[in-house]
Design a protein around this ligand. Structure first.
Ligand code: GLU
Length: 474
């Protein structure tokens, strides 16, 4: 690593929801800054006016805070806004021009294409390199790419060599005089004394150009680290059109921040030991860029949910109840607000906690407790009731539950005895009761739910289900 003060940066463009890949890159930077006592600079690269929206910037800041990257932490610096530094970008370009590292070119896009067609080669042919054009309206400023090779020392990828002959003299300032992204990005990194650029692999092709700019500006390039792209199940790069990539969406669905952070850190890196579920403090202690793999990392939503389930189960019941509150009190709950009873929920909470992998699964698991009538899943109802003796079990249960002791053990034993008469195991015997009372064929432990619902309501629902069978229900 370089011996400059350790300064890392995260430099998102605010063009949409906060991408999980961006979150992972931010965390990699953050973990290093924390362990090594370095600084994490947040720079919002907001120079693409057509695509940037201020609300996306706030979204990034909020999502970073959610994953623990807190603007008030002493390791945090910023946010800086790239758009505020256009003057410095232009001044740097002027210095490059004056030192002979850049030149003006007056070819239009069409002229460049025509020349390419005529020569059979692609791209710009460095036509204006030695024409000595002065600055002027409509003229772009291009970087004079030196001959030779550019070797990028990358902590993740190793040494990556680029033949400069394949790199055209790229544009630094547009014809309008406004700075191009590559220039702005490098000048900001130089000005902010960034020592380590840790970012997504898609920027690797830009790196030789950026390294040449650092050198032409008289600076020692930073340490580079390009981390692998995230791919979906089909091994295609995660894209916001195709895949669920927004951190905000996972947060709203009830992925816990700690689970998300832990899972993101394991994409391309694995903690030593036999479990990937490790607390953040351990990640900070052990994470090394040198250990990041360079093959694409599969963003596996099932695995994320499994991580989340583990984190949910590691909570105390009180914490689980607290985390459930926003879901139970949201505007989208299916029950009338006045029917919600927090005492009943608290009684069920420990059982629900065992069974959900995301917090948004809580409401459908307990809704029957707070609805005047359960919403019957008709397909499940039909299937369960078509099983041999299901209706007879239902009918007998109503009779037996009239007088059974109203506690979970007694209700279970009663039902077991009824099932035994039909040679049914408990699972099969429970099925018609569950679907009648909860509307679904899966849910929390049945007998505890019946206790909370009470005898009268349970019986009313069982009878309601039976009455669907006409005479059989008489
Ligand atoms: N603003 C760029 C992006 O969001 C990042 C560039 C960089 O990290 O150097 O893709």
């Amino acid at each position: 690593m370089s011996d400059r003060p350790l300064r890392l940066r995260f430099a998102p463009s605010p063009t949409g929801f906060f991408h999980v890949g961006g979150a992972r890159t931010a965390l990699y930077n953050w973990a290093i800054a924390l362990r090594e006592g370095g600084t994490f600079v947040l720079r919002i690269e907001d120079t693409d006016e057509a695509r940037n929206q201020p609300e996306w910037t706030q979204g990034i800041i909020d999502a970073l805070a959610w994953i623990g990257i807190d603007t008030t932490d002493p390791h945090f610096e910023g946010p800086y806004f790239q758009s505020a530094y256009a003057e410095q970008h232009i001044a740097a370009a002027t210095r490059l021009y004056e030192a002979g590292h850049a030149y003006y070119c007056d070819l239009t896009g069409e002229q460049i294409q025509e020349r390419a067609k005529a020569s059979g080669k692609q791209g710009y042919d460095n036509y204006s390199r030695d024409r000595g054009l002065a600055p002027g309206p409509g003229r772009v400023l291009r970087f004079r790419v030196p001959a030779g090779t550019t070797v990028v020392h990358d902590l993740v990828r190793g040494e990556v060599e680029f033949d400069n002959a394949n790199i055209e003299d790229f544009v630094l300032l547009r014809g309008s005089g406004s700075p191009m992204f590559l220039l702005a990005n490098v000048v900001d990194d130089v000005t902010m004394r960034i020592s380590h650029v840790v970012r997504a692999e898609e920027h690797l092709p830009n790196t030789p150009k950026q390294q040449m700019l650092w050198q032409a500006l008289g600076e020692l390039p930073p340490v580079w680290a390009h981390v692998p792209v995230l791919v979906n199940e089909q091994r295609k790069k995660l894209s916001k059109r195709r895949d669920k990539v927004a951190v905000e969406q996972y947060r709203d669905e009830g992925i816990l921040a700690d689970a998300m952070v832990n899972y993101l850190m394991t994409l391309g890196w694995a903690p030593a030991g036999d479990t990937e579920i490790v607390p953040w403090s351990e990640v900070v202690e052990h994470f090394r860029l040198e250990d990041v793999k360079h093959s694409p990392a599969f963003f596996d939503i099932k695995k994320l949910n499994a991580f989340n389930g583990e984190y949910i189960r590691a909570m105390s019941v009180a914490e689980f109840i607290e985390s459930s509150a926003p879901y139970l009190t949201s505007d989208d709950v299916p029950w009338p607000r006045e029917l919600f009873n927090p005492v009943v929920f608290d009684e069920m909470a420990a059982l629900v906690q065992e069974r959900v992998s995301r917090l948004d699964e809580i409401v459908p698991m307990v809704d029957f407790l707070f609805l005047a009538d359960p919403v019957i899943d008709e397909a499940a109802f039909t299937k369960v009731m078509a099983a041999p003796n299901a209706v007879a079990v239902l009918q007998e249960t109503i009779g037996a539950y009239e007088t059974a002791e109203w506690d979970a053990d007694a209700l279970k034993e009663t039902l077991e005895a009824i099932g035994a008469g039909y040679e049914l195991k408990l699972g099969k015997t429970q099925a018609p009761i569950r679907v009648a009372v909860t509307g679904r064929s899966v849910g929390p432990p049945l007998f505890e739910a019946l206790v909370l619902l009470g005898r009268d309501e349970t019986q009313r629902r069982l009878r309601g289900a039976l009455s669907r069978f006409g005479d059989a229900g008489a």
